[in-house]
Each structure stands twice: as structure tokens, then as C-alpha cells.
Design a protein around this ligand. Structure first.
Ligand code: PLP
Length: 382
């Protein structure tokens, strides 16, 4: 027997209390008990999005929420700018192409965030942009885009909607959808929200509703107007993943118990712990401190060892599961997820196992230096 330690950037570990909540016996999704559950749970998501708008719950993976955003706002021939800093940005661009949009990609070097200036320069080149699309937290590279600044660029230099993929960070980082001017913000259940895969979430601004109400493109399962209509009756248009919504209720309770500000701070602390530890071990980081994500860290390959070999060795020998690279970074990086149900103690555990693996593979480093560096960061905050 062994215990697998999940340090992937999704799916992430599910708290025992959430597992238990999901064991609730099945109920009718059209009855009073469900309506009460739905009403209070959906409302409690608002602070995590930073919005007064409703947050709609779709049964589907995170991608279903990205697709919903596009299907409801984009008509074939519409011009969009997609800010892409990694693999998930590219996927969002692919969804836009599927829906017939004319896609202008603003491609940033992988490992870097997009700046307000870069987006401003790009927007000045076009006159009829319907939507600007960006990834808040690029999971493939461990980069957090400055979406507040990007929103400023969008609204200063265009009339476009600003659509943001928040899949691997909402619930773990600050988001102020209304204040910053995000028109559609989406996320999924299995990353920072500590749930199994299967739910997706979408919130929509007043400005985006006007576009959606007039959009002629067809959608059925992903039609936001039908979600809005059902929401008024505290329901979803089709059968939702009822068990996951019981789990979500418990997730909201856990975050409220910790205090969302503290949840955000915990992710910041873990980011610093991981980065200091990885540096102390003589492993390169893909991103600089300024662009680094609070929920996932990408570790590059050092000169004396194969990072993919380290990753598979850690999994086989120590049963700790890190993610590899995606797209053009496949085989070149190892990704350390530290989001959702992850605490400083879990970071110390993971760093110490990385040290065991590095020792086995004869990497040159000072034994214990990573754990010590992470402890020092943590102790500053205790
Ligand atoms: C995981 C992820 C997605 C896709 O979510 P699925 O649940 O796999 O469909 C999209 N965007 C980002 C940034 C992600 O991390």
C-alpha cells in the first residue's frame, strides 16, 4: 500500500469534508431542497469572482465554460484578440476559430506575462474588435497575467468585451470582476476550488448581456439565456451534477471559515516557499517573480539532469505526482501545483521528496537547502 500525493495543477486534492458532503443521498433537481441548496451556494461564489452578478453553474469541464463564453457572444466573422501566453491561451484561440471568429493572436513568449503596453500596442492596430480574450492564470507555464491592467487597456483602446479564463486560479487569487471591468469570467471545479472535475462556472457583466441578448449564433446546452432564466427559479436548465453542488456548498463553507483574504494570502505564501526552495536546490524557474503564479510553479531543466526523468522517478519511487509540460514545453518542465486544498506543510513535504529524488539522480545541491528555504519563508508569516 502507498499514499499518492497529488501535486498536479488539477485535478487537485479534495478535502475530506467535501468528499463527505458529496455522499449526500440523491435529491430531485426540481424540488425545494435543491432550490435552497442551489440558491445559497451560487450566491456564495460571488466574492470569489468579485462580482455582484450571478454566477452560473454548468455541468461540464472548465472548457465548457470557455466555450459558453464564446458561443454566446461571438458571431462568425467577428474579430477577436486572443492574448496567449501558453497552451491554454492557444486553446481559447482554437475555440474562437471553431466559432468562426477572425482571430488576432497576441502571442507572448512562454514563461512571460502580457503587459498592459503590449496589449495597448496590439489594440491600436485594429478598429472592430468584438472581444479581447485572456487567460488569468496560464497553467502551462505558471504565469499570472495582470488582468486588472489588461482590462484597462481593453476599455481604454476599444469597445470590446473582456473575456477571462480564470480556470486555475479563481478561489485562490483575488479577482475583482466588476471593479476591474471583466465582462465574462469563467472557472472550473477541479483546480483552486478543491472539487472533483465536472462543474464549470460563468459570470457575465451587464455589457456582455446586451451582446448575448442580440447574438444570433445558435447554442443549446451552453445557451446563457436559458441558464439565466432557470437561475431565477434557482435551478439549471438541465440535470446538474447534484453531488458536486453539495460538495461546492462545503467548499464555500471552508473558504468562508478560513476567510477568503487568508486563502489568497496562503497561496501567495506557498508561491514564495516553492520558488525559494527550487532556487536553493539549483533548479531553474521558468518565470520571474513578478509574473509568477500563486497556484502553480514551472520548474525548468537544470544542466545536470533530465527534468522528465526526475518527474517520473518521483512518481514511481515516492508516489508524488507532478505534471509535465504541455504543448511546446512537453518534456522540458515539471509543474508543481499548490492550489486549493494545499497548505505550507504540503509544500514542505513535496520539497523534501524532490530533494530525495534529486539525491537519487546525483544532482549537485546542498542536501536540506530546499526545505530550509521554504521553512524560512513560512516562518516569516507564522
Ligand atoms: C485546466 C484548464 C482549462 C481546461 O479545463 P478542463 O476542465 O480540462 O476543461 C482551461 N484553462 C485553464 C487555464 C486551465 O488550467
Amino acid at each position: 500500500m502507498h499514499k499518492t500525493i497529488l501535486r498536479n495543477p488539477g485535478p487537485t486534492p479534495v478535502p475530506g469534508q467535501v468528499q463527505q458532503a458529496m455522499n449526500h443521498g440523491m435529491i430531485s433537481h426540481r424540488g425545494g431542497e435543491f432550490k435552497t441548496l442551489f440558491k445559497e451556494t451560487a450566491n456564495r461564489l460571488k466574492p470569489l469572482f468579485g462580482t455582484e452578478q450571478d454566477v452560473f453553474i454548468i455541468t461540464g469541464s472548465g472548457t465548457s465554460a470557455l466555450e459558453t463564453a464564446i458561443a454566446n457572444t461571438i458571431f462568425p466573422g467577428d474579430e477577436v484578440v486572443v492574448v496567449t501566453v501558453g497552451d491554454f491561451g492557444d486553446r481559447f484561440a482554437a475555440i474562437c476559430e471553431t466559432y468562426g471568429a477572425v482571430v488576432h493572436k497576441l502571442e507572448i513568449k512562454w514563461g512571460k506575462a502580457c503587459t498592459e503596453e503590449e496589449l495597448t500596442e496590439c489594440l491600436k492596430r485594429f478598429n472592430h474588435i468584438k472581444a479581447v480574450i485572456a487567460t488569468y492564470n496560464e497553467t502551462s507555464t505558471g504565469v499570472l497575467n495582470p488582468v486588472e491592467q489588461l482590462a484597462k487597456a481593453v476599455h481604454t483602446h476599444s469597445d470590446a468585451l473582456f473575456i477571462v479564463d480564470g480556470v486555475s486560479c479563481i478561489g485562490g487569487v483575488d479577482a475583482k470582476m466588476d471593479e476591474w471591468g471583466i465582462d465574462i469570467l469563467v472557472t472550473g471545479s477541479q483546480k483552486a476550488l478543491m472539487l472533483p472535475p465536472g462543474l464549470a462556472f460563468v459570470s457575465v457583466s451587464e455589457k456582455a448581456w446586451k451582446i448575448i441578448e442580440n447574438n444570433q449564433a445558435p447554442a443549446y446546452y451552453l445557451d446563457l439565456l436559458s441558464y439565466r432564466k432557470s437561475y431565477e427559479k434557482h435551478m439549471t436548465p438541465n440535470t446538474p451534477a447534484v453531488s458536486l453542488i453539495y460538495g461546492l456548498q462545503e467548499v464555500c463553507r471552508l473558504i468562508e471559515e478560513e476567510g477568503f483574504d487568508q486563502t489568497v494570502k496562503r497561496h501567495e505564501i506557498m508561491k514564495k516557499m516553492v520558488r525559494q526552495a527550487i532556487r536553493a536546490l539549483g533548479l531553474p524557474l521558468l518565470t520571474n517573480d513578478e509574473d509568477a503564479s500563486p497556484t502553480v510553479t514551472a520548474i525548468s531543466e537544470p544542466a545536470d539532469l533530465s527534468i522528465e526523468k526526475l518527474r517520473t522517478h518521483l512518481k514511481q519511487t515516492y508516489h508524488i505526482d507532478f505534471a509535465g509540460g504541455q504543448g511546446k514545453l512537453k518534456g522540458k518542465i515539471m509543474r508543481f501545483g499548490h492550489m486549493g486544498y494545499c497548505f505550507p506543510g504540503d509544500v514542505l513535504e513535496a520539497v523534501s521528496l524532490i530533494e530525495c529524488g534529486l539525491k537519487d539522480l546525483n544532482h549537485q545541491f546542498e542536501y536540506g537547502a530546499g526545505v530550509k528555504a521554504a521553512q524560512e519563508v513560512y516562518l516569516e508569516y507564522v
